[in-house]
Each structure stands twice: as C-alpha cells, then as structure tokens.
Design a protein around this ligand. Sequence first.
Ligand SMILES: [Zn+2]
Length: 323
Amino acid sequence: MGSVATFRGQIGPDELGVTLIHEHIFVRNPELELNLADGEWDPARAVETAIRGLTDLYELGIRTVVDLTVPGLGRDVRLVAEVAERAPVNLVASTGWYTSNVLPVYFGFHGPGLTIDEPDPLIALFVRDIRQGIASTGVRAGMLKVMTDADGITPDVARVMTAAAVAHQETGVPITTHSSPASRNGLLQQALLGEHGVPADRIIIGHCGDTDDLDYLRELMDNGSTIGMDRFGMEHDQPDDRRTRTVVALLERGYADRMVLSHDAAYYSHVTPPSWRAASAPRWRMDTISRHILPALRGAGVSDDEIDQMLIHNPRRLLEGVA
Ligand SMILES: [Zn+2]
C-alpha cells in the first residue's frame, strides 16, 4: 500500500479519512489578473478565507480535500501551500491540463515533429509534478485531471488525455475527468484512456451528478470506473434534490463502491467571483454535503456504511495504490 502525496508531504492511506475528492482552492487566470483584474481577488484575504473554510470542514469531520486545480485553471501551489501549512485538513495537489478544445500556442510548437522537436512537454510536466514535485516546491501531485466538454475529444484534448495516460502508466496516479454528461462523453473518455493502457478502475468520471440518466451512469460504473457525484451545491446546473435522488437510486442498485461525493466548489474563482456565488449559488460551498446532503441521504434511508463507502473507502482506494 503506497503512501499518498499531500501538500505537507506523504501520509498513510489511513490518514485520508473523509475526503472531498473534487474541489478547488483558488481558480485563477494570471493573464487576466494582469490585464482584466477582478477587484475581488486579494491573495492574502483569499488565503485567510480558505483557512477558515477548511477549519470549518475539519470541524464537520472532513479530513482531506483534493484540489483539482491544474494548469489552465491558474494553479499556484505556492499560494495553496500557505493555506495547507495552516489548515487542519490534508490537501492533495493535482496535475494535468484544463482545456475543452485547444492548448496554449506553446504546445503547437513544442513536441514530437514540431518546430522545437522534443518529447511531449505535457508528459514531462505531469511526470515531474508527480515524482519530483510541482514548480520546484516539492509538493507532489496525487491526482491527474483531464477534461472533455461539449466540443468532444478535439486533437488537443486527445493529446492531454494521452499524456495523462502515459503519466498514469509511469506513476499509478489515478485520473479524474471533467466530463459532459449531456453528451455522454464519459464513455469516450473511458475508451480513449483504455486504449492507452489506463484501467477503468483507476478513472473517476467527473461531473456525473449533472445528469439523472441512470443507464448512462450504470454503464460507466459497470465498465469499472468510479463516478463523481461531485457538484453538490451547483444548483444553477442541477438542483441538489435531483442530484441526491440519483445517488439514492444508484445506491439502491448496489453501486455504493462506485460513487464519490464532492462539490467542485472553490474559495475563490475569477470565473464566478465570490459576490456572484454568494448571490446566485449560495449552496455551492464545501460544507454543503456535510450540512445538507448527508441528512437528506440519511432521510432517504441511506446507511452510514454507504456514506462511509463513498466518502472514505472509495477515495482511499483511488488515491492509494500509487507506484
Ligand atoms: Zn472541477
């Protein structure tokens, strides 16, 4: 059993405890910060907000939060490390690239057969983030993240996914996806990653709670993957009671060992800044599962064992077993 990389170093799988497996500490865009700044972004204040929020989560029983903020979403592990040093929960960093269609122009020039003819720098980046640490900080990534949205698997999206598959094969680090359930493209993600040697049971197909198409969700799980019911509180996309009903329906069909619960929330996002979230998405917070969803699940007859399976044992199974 491998240890798990966190911002404060390696920990034993037993220490993971209740885990929110798909969250964001800060979602930023350095180029926009230089040119189209958001008046609500104040790094010092954001750090304090995150520490307060994570301390509240600890008091609610949460022990680990996976920060799926990869490059493309403004990953800044130095800033998150300031949070990790003073917050009681374990934070896990991730690597990958967030794009739904095209990569930055750099990647059109660097890579096999390109102007600067060299091995794919995405693979080098992912493997270095996992093995040595991110941006010379020594903080090692414990999760890979790729995405496919409504545009489908474009050539650049396929390149990211292929690089993540190579990094997975070298390191064993699991892969979480951002998928678009409306286009059922989690199945395409399983197929492409599978072609490149990633076992389905090392993949979390993310954002599956956005749909209540049970046949689609069962197919993903029957293929071996875990699905992320990971957007609780995002009621502007799908109300929580529908998300909850879907989880209950799948638990009744015996899928407790194939679902993980999270919010995809953030303590700050340039995309949807704090004032917008407070006014328009008040439940899109990392304490919504603890405060609202678990009571609703228990009210619907879900057992503590099933809840522990989704919040403790499934995340642990995915995060451990890393080479
Ligand atoms: Zn996310």
